[in-house]
Design a protein around this ligand. Structure first.
Ligand SMILES: Nc1ncnc2c1ncn2[C@@H]1O[C@H](COP(=O)(O)OP(=O)(O)OP(=O)(O)O)[C@@H](O)[C@H]1O
Length: 633
């Protein structure tokens, strides 16, 4: 036994070291948050135990009144935060307090710049948690005994927050965790129970668990522990009794965010289902928002008892930036993730809260367009997953989308579909868009020429998700979406009969030449025809209606899927001077060279790359040499 009580030393995972260093250096102006983090961990530990005890009441033993206790010892220079919650086993201590068990952590740290101001914002997004103890402490001791584990199987963890931590077996009479902070000289102001009490009432007043502090006699001796928070879960109170500040502080505690939320919505739903929801939209994106496996931020409670974090069934994935909680009166207390998955009650809660969030956003867009724009810039890309994921709310989600467009002439996505429709000329019946690799590639794609000439607005899409979005969004307010690089260009009533007839004549007149191009290019193209998309470019390629679009093919290739090669329709502008010279060539070999060059150019403008760029360069140089007769003038 004696041997196991010897301390073992372990190194922190590299990322922990980085996090610690960064935290100490960038959060010095916001030191007091350590208490919020540690008290909220202690309260989570109580919640977890209460939940586990639902199926195994023996776990509570004779220590069923759960609490968090905070005290300070001026002589020793320490602050202690204790709870009689779930505690941790040795293995749990090793992983929870020695590593950062979040996927993508290394990636996150590679983004840090070394600029402390910038990095401190990032660190806020990351969520500091337990390690924030080191903002005020130069050494931290954690003594913990997991529920259901014998007193002599408790563990002590100790670290100075540098490269390593010590672990040893100890004996601990009470279940739960004590965290003892040995406070650094520059944070001694916190070794003061009056000060600590102020911080607790600021951050933790609404926790449903009592947070207790010592009552002391004149000699400073503890006489009893007394709760210093109101102990009433915030969301159970009447909306009218809760101040904005209380809502904001509560958000910071549950979301581990440093900043105020952008907005929130607190609802009591009554009727066939009874539940309360308190949902927040953060101002900033968490660092791992783009990861679809990222945990969801909704906590589930049943009759005020905490059941689980990250209840994915309560919020669709495209709203995974929403934080908050739902408290059901109808679900059984012993509900499991499996039960949640296929459950009438959860479905109703999910659908109700989804509607709530969407209407909250619509209202923001209407009342405070600038704030909405800020929201869109932060979370828009995630919301774009919505139309594919949630058919029932497609129209509502679509109304929240924002795009760059030819109307605005800048890359920022500010145009709503309603604004687009509002500007549509009466004869226009479709919503035109283009998807490309970048805003510039979209803006300068030759297929837009005819639209510019006719003054028809085109939405310019260039995010990775956009092709996916547009493949699920087929219409909005009964107007179909139409890609300008796809299929036959049907401008509908935007063209009058005379223009249509003129176009037909042009196509007929070009038939023979189109065939000549087609013979020269062989199976490199699907077909060749005269275009009516172009005004200043000689040629472009477009995708046939039934083929996979360029962007979709790229998306699938990037995902490692085998994609059949798309053959394009090659459209030529017979009125372009270069085309007129090419068709005048009599030598068929030369004609073929030029035809290939025009196709390569058009492919470059649409796809951004060629299969064999060296061949293109060789051909271009050969033709230039011929044109210049080997001499530039
Ligand atoms: N008082 C405690 N009792 C029991 N377990 C704890 C306690 N404090 C921390 N832990 C465990 O350590 C883990 C890591 O804590 P930490 O605060 O770093 O992260 P987190 O709470 O999971 O995430 P975040 O704070 O970023 O939301 C917790 O998830 C929990 O399992």
């Amino acid at each position: 036994m004696a041997e196991t009580r010897q301390a073992e030393t372990h190194g922190f995972q590299t990322e922990v070291k980085q996090l610690l260093h960064l935290m100490i250096h960038s959060l010095y102006s916001n030191k007091e948050i350590f208490l919020r983090e540690l008290v909220s961990n202690a309260s989570d530990a109580a919640d977890k135990l209460r939940f586990k005890a639902l199926s195994d009441s023996a776990l509570l033993g004779d220590d069923a009144e759960l609490f968090v206790r905070v005290s300070a010892d001026k002589d020793a220079g320490t602050i202690t935060i204790s709870d009689n919650g779930i505690g941790m086993t040795r293995d749990e201590v090793m992983t929870n307090l020695g590593t950062i068990a979040k996927s993508g952590t290394a990636d996150f740290f590679s983004k840090l710049s070394g600029d402390e101001a910038k990095d401190s914002r990032l660190i806020g997004q990351f969520g500091v948690g337990f390690y924030s103890a080191f903002i005020v402490a130069d050494s931290v001791t954690v003594r913990t005994r997991a529920a259901g584990v014998a007193a002599n199987e408790a563990v002590e963890w100790h670290s100075k927050g540098e490269g390593e931590f010590d672990l040893r077996a100890i004996e601990k009479a009470q279940r739960g965790t004590d965290i003892i902070l040995h406070v650094r000289d520059d944070a001694k102001e916190f070794v003061d129970e009056f000060r600590l009490r102020g911080i607790i009432t600021k951050y933790s007043d609404h926790l449903s668990i009592p947070v207790q502090m010592p009552e002391r006699d004149d000699d400073g001796k503890l006489t009893e522990w007394q709760a210093v928070n109101s102990g009433q879960a915030l969301w159970t109170r009447e909306k009218s009794d809760i101040s904005d500040d209380e809502y904001k502080e509560f958000y910071k505690t549950i979301a581990h965010d440093f900043e105020d939320p952008l907005l929130w919505s607190h609802n009591k739903v009554e009727g066939t289902q009874e539940y309360t929801s308190l949902l927040y939209i953060p101002k900033r994106a968490p660092w791992d928002l783009w990861n679809r496996d990222q945990q969801h931020g909704i906590k589930l409670y049943v009759k005020r008892v905490f059941i689980m974090d990250d209840a994915q069934q309560l919020m669709p994935s495209y709203l995974r930036f929403v934080r908050g909680l739902m408290d059901s009166n109808d679900l059984p207390l012993n509900v499991s993730r499996e039960i949640l998955q296929d459950n009438k009650i959860t479905r109703a809660m999910r659908s109700g809260s989804t509607k709530k969030v969407l209407s909250l956003l619509s209202k923001l867009a209407k009342d405070k367009p600038e704030d909405y724009q800020e929201f869109w810039n932060t979370f828009g890309t995630v919301l774009k997953e919505g139309p594919a994921e949630d058919h029932a709310n497609q129209e509502k989600i679509a109304s929240l989308l924002r795009f760059a467009s030819t109307h605005e002439d800048n890359a920022e996505a500010t145009v709503s579909l309603d604004a687009y429709i509002e500007r549509m000329p009466e004869q226009q019946d479709k919503i035109y868009y283009i998807v490309a690799d970048s805003y510039e590639a979209a803006r300068d794609n030759p297929a837009l020429e005819i639209f510019r000439k006719k003054g028809v607005e085109v939405l310019l899409l260039s995010e990775r998700i956009d092709e996916w979005l547009m493949s699920h969004l087929t219409e909005y307010k009964e107007k179909a979406f139409q890609s300008v690089t796809r299929g036959d260009l049907d401008l509908g009533d935007l063209e009058d009969d005379a223009a249509k007839q003129q176009q037909e004549e042009l196509e007929n007149a070009f038939k023979d030449q189109a065939e000549r191009f087609s013979n020269a290019l062989g199976d490199k193209v699907k077909s060749v025809r005269a275009t009516h998309r172009l005004t200043s470019s000689p040629a472009c390629i477009v995708t046939d209606d039934n083929d996979m679009s360029t962007q979709m093919a790229k998306l699938m290739e990037a995902a490692g899927q085998k994609v059949p090669e798309t053959k394009y329709i090659f459209e030529i502008n017979p009125e372009h001077a270069l085309v007129q010279q090419v068709v005048a060539l009599e030598d068929e070999d030369k004609f073929a060279e030029w035809a290939q060059l025009l196709l390569d150019q058009a492919t470059l403008a649409e796809r951004g790359s060629l299969k064999d760029p060296a061949q293109f360069v060789g051909r271009l140089n050969r033709l230039m040499m011929e044109l210049t007769n080997g001499k530039l003038s």
